[in-house]
Write a protein of this length. Structure first.
Length: 316
């Protein structure tokens, strides 16, 4: 156990230090490019025009940024996936299915149940939770500033948001797998052993509050972030979790193999990034599978299920 912890800490320190150096270089170069060459003052000008158009109505601005824009990102992305799930077309998408033969096509009765639940979670849980968040952000007195944060600072915030989400989601999610809580709360989400994008927030109301919403909201509330940063982060979080659940390993997008394996096996891969799973050993089984070999960004048009197929079953 001591050696395992030591190895894990050493690997984590190496990854963190290397990542920090790369991140610093990336931040400096991309920040300079974004702010001085590519976009100039475009975003700042656009924000001021929007702020003036809304006559500085902070509550309306907050609702648009924290609720409407992320919701449009979620349903826009999942709308495309739902067409593929229901019709099996375009084949460009469906040929990248992870669990072959599953949701081909998706059970429409089960799908509509999921959509109703997701809409209920959004309208009756996520949106009302924005009310206390609004007053917390007002207290910071920075959220509606007329001056946008620099792109460099936004990247720093994004890193912090991601770490906070990873910690809160991992432990609340793992707690939800306790037999008592799983039976009454988390089992609902695991009705989908082969998930699709829209079920990323198909969950019991308590789980949606504790595991889905609070981990994403906490980072911006700690940092006192600008509404533009909040809007971008919420949208990224919703699209990212949709990718993790979508059931397709598509080219150039983050790999969903990690969380798809969680739905398949239940007791593996609880986190988002996988760092805490590595430290706690909750990805051991995953690391011994072909799914782990496929857990990377696909840079070609050949599905990884073809280039790294599952081994034939013993009775075949």
């Amino acid at each position: 156990q001591g050696k395992k912890l030591s190895d894990a800490l050493r690997i984590s320190a190496y990854v963190f230090s290397t990542g920090l150096l790369m991140f610093t270089a990336l931040v400096n170069s991309v920040s300079w490019l974004m702010q001085n060459i590519t976009l100039g003052n475009f975003w700042q000008t656009a924000w001021l025009e929007f702020y003036d158009y809304m006559e500085g109505d902070e509550w309306t601005i907050f609702l648009i940024g924290a609720a409407l824009v992320p919701a449009l990102a979620f349903w826009g992305f999942n709308g495309i996936l739902l067409v593929a799930d229901i019709t099996g077309k375009p084949t460009f998408i469906t040929r990248y299915r992870i669990q072959l033969g599953k949701n081909d096509p998706v059970d429409t009765k089960k799908l509509w149940k999921a959509i109703y639940t997701v809409l209920g979670n959004q309208f009756f849980i996520s949106f009302p939770m924005l009310v206390p968040m609004f007053y917390i952000m007002e207290w910071w007195d920075n959220t509606f500033s007329k001056e946008l944060p620099t792109f460099q600072w936004f990247l720093v915030e994004l890193s912090i948001f991601t770490v906070v989400e990873e910690i809160l989601f991992y432990y609340t999610h793992r707690l939800a797998h306790h037999p008592v809580l799983y039976k009454h709360i988390h089992k609902k989400h695991h009705e989908w052993t082969a998930p699709i994008g829209v079920v990323s927030i198909y969950a019991h109301p308590i789980e949606h509050i504790v595991s889905n919403t609070l981990p994403v909201m906490t980072g911006p509330m700690i940092m006192g972030s600008h509404i533009v940063s909040i809007s971008a982060w919420f949208s990224i979080a919703l699209v990212t979790t949709s990718i993790s659940h979508c059931g397709y390993h598509l080219p150039l997008l983050p790999s969903p193999e990690f969380h798809d394996f969680h739905h398949l096996k239940f007791n593996q891969c609880y986190g988002v990034l996988g760092v805490l799973d590595f430290l706690h050993g909750t990805d051991k089984m995953f690391r011994q599978t072909k799914a782990f070999e496929r857990h990377k960004v696909l840079l070609s048009l050949t599905p990884l299920s073809e280039s790294i197929p599952e081994p034939p079953k013993k009775d075949e």
